[in-house]
Design a protein around this ligand. Structure first.
Ligand code: AMP
Length: 119
């Protein structure tokens, strides 16, 4: 059993968040520090720390993240203009919370996919 995470506590309602969607597998809530007009985190209810920990048996669960992302994009009325789905993994991607999550970002032109390296 993995240790509790900030997001597993949000899933269980122990820490407040603006929850937009929840089912038996997945929870979605607004990011506390939004980087775009729409910034939603979609997380598996089960704790998977990073993409490195994903297993074959997680296939349907991970697919569910995309289904929920599509529904929320429609609900937020950003589907037509477009949006970005992003999953950080580990140190080089600056992953902060070790409970796998998909960022749904939209509502403005999001610019280049990654920042340029500093000189
Ligand atoms: P990452 O860097 O991919 O691990 O993203 C972690 C995200 O969690 C960041 O965008 C944070 O702003 C967000 N975050 C941290 N604490 C909370 C919280 N209590 N409620 C909602 N989002 C949070």
């Amino acid at each position: 059993m993995n240790e509790e995470t900030l997001f597993s506590k949000i899933v269980k309602g122990e820490i407040p968040a603006e929850i937009l969607y929840q089912d038996e597998q997945v929870t979605a809530f607004r990011d506390i520090n939004p980087q775009a007009p729409t910034h939603i985190l979609i997380v598996p209810n089960k704790i998977i720390p990073t993409v490195n920990d994903v297993e074959e048996t997680d296939e349907a669960l991970l697919g569910r993240l995309f289904i929920v992302a599509r529904k929320l994009a429609e609900q937020e009325e950003i589907a037509e203009d477009g949006y970005r789905l992003l999953v950080n993994c580990g140190r080089n991607a600056n992953q902060e919370v070790f409970h796998l999550h998909m960022h749904l970002l939209g509502g403005r032109q999001l610019g280049p996919m990654v920042s340029r390296p500093r000189r």
